[in-house]
Design a protein around this ligand. Sequence first.
Ligand code: ADP
Ligand code: MG
Length: 257
Amino acid sequence: MSEIDIRNLHVSVDGKEILKGVNLVVKQGEVHALMGPNGTGKSTLAYTLMGHPFYEVTEGEVWFKNQNILELEPDERSHLGLFLAFQYPVAIPGVTVANFLRTAINAKRRYSAPEDKGITIPEFRRTLKEKMDLLKMDHSFAGRYLNEGFSGGEKKRAEVLQLAALNPEIAVMDETDSGLDIDALRIVSEGVNTLRGPSLGVLVITHYQRILNYIKPDFVHIMLDGRIVETGGADLALHLEEHGYDWLREKTDTVLA
Ligand code: ADP
Ligand code: MG
């Protein structure tokens, strides 16, 4: 049973500390939601897990499959079985969604077995069709150039398809805070609801408080000012929807004072 274990993670951007000691464990088979107001460091956590060079880890570790993944390159993290959303490249004319997925699957296979000859075309077609049917996606999507002219929602669909095709143990999905995030959250949630099961652990990051309309997380964590200040079940998201974050701010100020 795999898990990702984030221990006392401190991260700075431009010399300013954004994450101030994050502790979080996500196990295979669990769906976690990380919530919190804008600017509290949720995306910083996602980018750091991805290995974005802009985010400087000043303290802490992230363990996955007996390795501190902070020492690994982004592609190694992915090949190990960690899926990080927005790892798709910028639009590349000439690279279809299918080409991209096949390359990603083969890179992952070769990482664990260097002799691997790669997935055969018939096997790949079968897998892709099966995943697209599972996600109720139109097959023509696979033939489009990755991210070229994609709407925000289509980029999310490509991401969910990538998740389905790569079959990771742990997935981290960040919702951008743009105007389309309700739509994005719905697409991601439908994907997670379809793919959730004993072999997949998911961390969905959102500032959108009505997440429960779309997904029922096993755990909800609230981040304020670079720390997880509260953890509960799905009812915590309900409580937030009703009461906002102020009660947590007061409680946290009392603890930190
Ligand atoms: P959230 O996802 O919770 O809205 P972020 O992680 O995006 O929060 O941002 C947390 C803080 O870090 C903000 O104050 C933001 O301005 C700063 N920050 C994050 N990424 C960058 C960046 N690439 N450049 C400058 N500041 C950043
Ligand atoms: Mg964010």
